[in-house]
Design a protein. Structure first.
Length: 370
């Protein structure tokens, strides 16, 4: 989507509405001698002025991150014995403040180039407790009878999202109201997800006392690759412009995943004299090509201010998804007789899973062109 071109079109239609009679006169010209403040405002001269080539835009965004690996504990109703039930407890990211900054330069004619940066840093948390002995909690790999001593669980999901796009665009006028812009360029991405889960309870028997185990799953991706897209606009005679944009990218980069554990328990202290036990499951940096898709829809209104300056305001909604951006390595099952309550992780089998990384949310557009 060429916001500069859209501003040009919008102001032109405002000009048509406000001064149609003047524009109908073919021999009418605006010179430096007859330009007045009224001319610029009523006739949208700012958008007609070929010297107005720069556009800067700020997007405040309410952005919500998402992934398919946000379950942090299973809530198990063990009784009655003949019909137990299991409920996955999910972390549900909420909308958080994010922003996009964009700069655009329009050449003489239909071509332009733009540079934009989108940033998000968000966090969301949840917790659950077993209300009675009929219930107990645990991760997927430790939800059997050994998990009955886990009484509380908490989870936190953190997302970091930074995207920088450089695009070269070409705009074609298909009709009086319809304009189409094709663009191509490079996209640079930094994607990070962290899911932290903590399980606590009280041991009885030979090693009585409180225990805890924290699981910290982190996944990063950094990549650069080509991005191609198209945006179209429909401008009305009342001064509003409706637009939509869609783009695809192929990010070539490196992913890294690590799962860390930190445990404590009376058994750990009595047996090894250790208060905190730290372990991890680490992956090497892996090169991969990551497909990405993003889209944006909205509506704008632009007003000519004075002498080649115009301002616009708009609202819309945007979304993006990156396929298999998140890698994670987790235990699939533990060694029999060594549950989390011992203060350590003793893995029998392990699993590797992937998840998409997505963001979505509404935005406000604030733009100035000169």
């Amino acid at each position: 989507m060429s916001r500069t071109k859209l501003s040009v079109i919008l102001s032109a239609f405002c000009l048509t509405i406000c001064a149609n009679a003047v524009y109908a006169e073919k021999d009418f010209t605006i010179t430096s001698e007859n330009r007045t403040a009224g001319d610029y405002k009523s006739m949208a001269f700012a958008n007609a002025d070929p010297a107005a080539r720069f556009e800067f835009t700020f997007y405040p965004i309410a952005l919500k991150a998402g992934a398919s690996n946000l379950n942090y504990v299973i809530y198990n109703k063990a009784l009655p014995l003949q019909s137990p039930s299991w409920t996955e407890q999910e972390l549900r990211p909420s909308y958080a403040f994010a922003f996009e900054l964009e700069g655009r330069y329009r050449f003489v004619g239909p071509n332009d180039f733009s540079l934009d940066w989108t940033h998000l840093n968000s966090s969301t948390s949840s917790n659950v407790a077993a209300p009675s002995t009929s219930y107990f909690l645990g991760p997927d790999y430790d939800i059997g009878p050994d998990a009955t001593v886990i009484r509380n669980a908490s989870g936190t999901a953190r997302f970091k999202y930074d995207i920088i796009n450089f695009n070269l665009g070409h705009t074609a006028t298909l009709s009086k109201h319809v304009h189409l812009r094709l663009f191509a360029g490079l996209s640079d991405a930094y994607l990070r997800e962290e899911v932290l889960a903590t399980y606590t309870g009280t041991n009885a028997g030979l090693f009585p006392g409180n225990f805890s185990m924290s699981q910290d799953v982190r996944a990063n991706f950094i990549g650069l690759g080509p991005r191609f897209g198209v945006d179209g606009s429909f401008d009305t005679d009342c001064g509003l412009i409706f637009y939509g944009e869609a783009a695809g990218s192929a990010l070539i980069g490196s992913s890294y995943a690590k799962t860390g554990y930190s445990g404590s328990s009376p058994q750990l202290t009595a047996t090894y004299g250790t208060v905190i036990n730290s372990q991890f499951i680490g992956d090497q940096n892996v090169s991969q090509v990551l497909p990405g898709f993003d889209t944006k829809v909205g509506v704008d209104y632009t007003h000519a201010v004075y002498r080649g300056v115009s301002a616009s305001i708009g609202v819309g909604y945007q979304a993006a998804v990156y396929i298999n951006a998140i890698n994670q390595y987790l235990p699939e099952s533990l060694v029999s007789g060594d549950p989390l309550s011992t203060g350590g992780i003793f893995v029998a089998t392990m699993s590797h899973t992937q998840s998409n990384y997505s963001v979505q949310g509404p935005f406000i557009k604030l733009s100035v062109k000169f």
